[in-house]
Design a binder for this molecule. Structure first.
Ligand code: ADP
Ligand code: K
Ligand code: ZN
Length: 445
């Protein structure tokens, strides 16, 4: 089923005409309303009145995550605060999170693109959605929720965590569709297997998985473990949230980007030059219809490629490949975005440790496990008698044990991710040898 067939199957010619009109409009709109864009466009020598639409897209300056941080919280809003109907913020941010806003109409568009995504994933009006994305400032939970309601589904707003309860609700309520991160789908599959519940006994037919990178190997596990056909949902809060793109369940060969709202490009990560179809580079997205906070050429940092080949499902919108990696140092741990600098900020606030640290991420079973190795301060080390910091010593010394707990709690409270903390003696964490220091060891690949 196609949710908005007239829009999702527009001919390339008509789609480009629509994009061209909308792009011209949005460039003038942000120039008039957002001082940041007026300045950026002036600097780039772009006069909105002379702007040539789609063919001049490459002349527009990029918008980057730092620009959102620098304009924290509402500096990029294009409407008065009173007209903002909802605020979200990027997951796992501390210090200055990236804040985004939506007008009533933006929320309607958000619901529509998620409804398109759900329909592409196999969902139908009347089906039940078990929505295990986190609710709150994170766009996942409320994003899927609004889309499911717009499609006419029955929504179960379970949110993340409490696997026992989820397992029970899925068996009792018998939903046809589930939405969550791919790693959480693996966890649930594992939980059902342990209980001896076979996939044929589960009501689930479709799974809509996203917010973190995943592979065909994970897809196979989830499909077999839950007895579903799973598809990829892609999005980011800066652009709208989940529902920027979704795979069609028929083909599962790339995710259709809802191009009448989000204009995609793939550019060279080093030069920013647009790349031809099929070449891997950074995905750059421009909001064509957003009112509260439209972004021009937003640098997602996500590496992928585009294909304009017609899709057998009938949708004409361009498809993006899977996310192959990121160009910045952002980590995604259980769907939550984590920057090493956030960890550093937490450590700076704890006098007994120094910001010499390393984050090690492993995949244990189906879940991401993060370990934070951090050095204690020299003063603190002297106080505890310069003992070798073995696990036994730490467990036996209440000061060391308490410090370990304190670091773990602060990390969890501010970043939203649990990390196992390992205390190191002064001088034991890796130091830069002149080059870039590898503070992150991602062993999941
Ligand atoms: P979301 O609510 O979609 O997780 P965030 O703004 O918190 O939004 O995080 C967005 C980032 O999450 C993206 O830039 C990308 O790196 C990652 N992401 C989202 N969906 C996917 C997906 N389907 N595959 C890979 N990475 C994804
Ligand atoms: K994410
Ligand atoms: Zn398709």
């Amino acid at each position: 089923m196609i949710f908005q067939p007239e829009l999702e199957t527009l001919s390339r010619e008509r789609l480009e005409k629509l994009q061209d009109e909308r792009l011209r409009f949005v460039v003038g709109y942000v120039y008039e309303r957002v001082p940041f864009y007026r300045q950026r466009l002036d600097e780039a020598g772009v006069d909105p009145k002379a702007f040539g639409g789609l063919k001049d897209l490459h002349k527009l300056p990029f918008t980057r995550k730092d620009h959102l941080r620098e304009n924290y919280p509402f500096g990029l809003f294009a409407v008065p605060r009173e007209e903002v109907a909802r605020i979200h913020a990027s997951s796992g941010t501390t210090g200055k999170p990236t804040v985004v806003g939506y007008t009533k109409k933006d929320l309607q568009v958000f619901a529509e693109v998620v409804a398109r995504s759900l329909a592409a994933a196999g969902a139908r009006p009347g089906m039940m959605l078990h929505n295990a994305y986190g609710y709150g400032l994170f766009t996942g939970g409320l994003g899927l929720h609004g889309g499911a309601e717009a499609l006419g589904m029955t929504v179960v707003p379970v949110s993340g965590g409490m696997t026992e309860r989820q397992v029970m609700l899925i068996q009792d309520f018998r939903p046809e569709v589930i939405s969550c991160t791919p790693s959480y789908a693996q966890t649930l599959a594992e939980a059902f297997r342990k209980r001896g519940v076979s996939p044929e006994d589960l009501s689930l037919e479709y799974a809509v998985l996203g917010a973190e990178p995943w592979t065909e190997a994970i897809r196979k596990q989830v499909d077999e473990g839950l007895g579903v056909r799973s598809t990829n949902i892609y999005g980011l809060s800066e652009i709208i949230g989940p529902g920027v793109a979704n795979e069609c369940v028929e083909e599962r060969q790339g995710s259709h980007i809802w191009e009448d709202h989000f204009l995609p490009e793939v550019v060279d990560p080093d030069t920013g030059e647009p790349l031809p179809e099929g070449k891997v580079g950074v995905l750059v997205l421009t909001n064509l219809t957003k009112e509260a906070m439209p972004l021009l050429r937003y640098w997602t940092g996500d590496l992928t490629f585009l294909t304009y080949e017609p899709c057998a499902c009938g949708r004409t919108h361009v498809r993006m490949g899977p996310i192959l990696g990121r160009t910045d140092d952002m980590l995604i741990i259980r769907g939550v975005n984590v920057y090493p600098t956030q960890v550093e900020a937490v450590l700076l606030g704890i006098p007994e440790v120094v910001p010499y640290y390393q984050i090690v991420v492993r995949r244990e079973g189906t879940l991401d496990e993060a370990e934070l190795k951090v050095e204690v301060s020299e003063d603190f080390f002297r106080e505890i008698g310069e003992k070798a910091l073995s696990d036994e010593v730490i467990e036996a010394d209440h000061r060391l044990h308490a410090l370990k707990e304190k670091v773990a709690h602060k990390i969890k409270d501010t970043i939203g991710v649990s990390m196992r903390v390992t205390l190191l003696a002064p001088g034991q964490a890796p130091r830069s040898e002149g080059g870039k220091l590898r503070r992150v060891l991602d062993l999941r690949k």
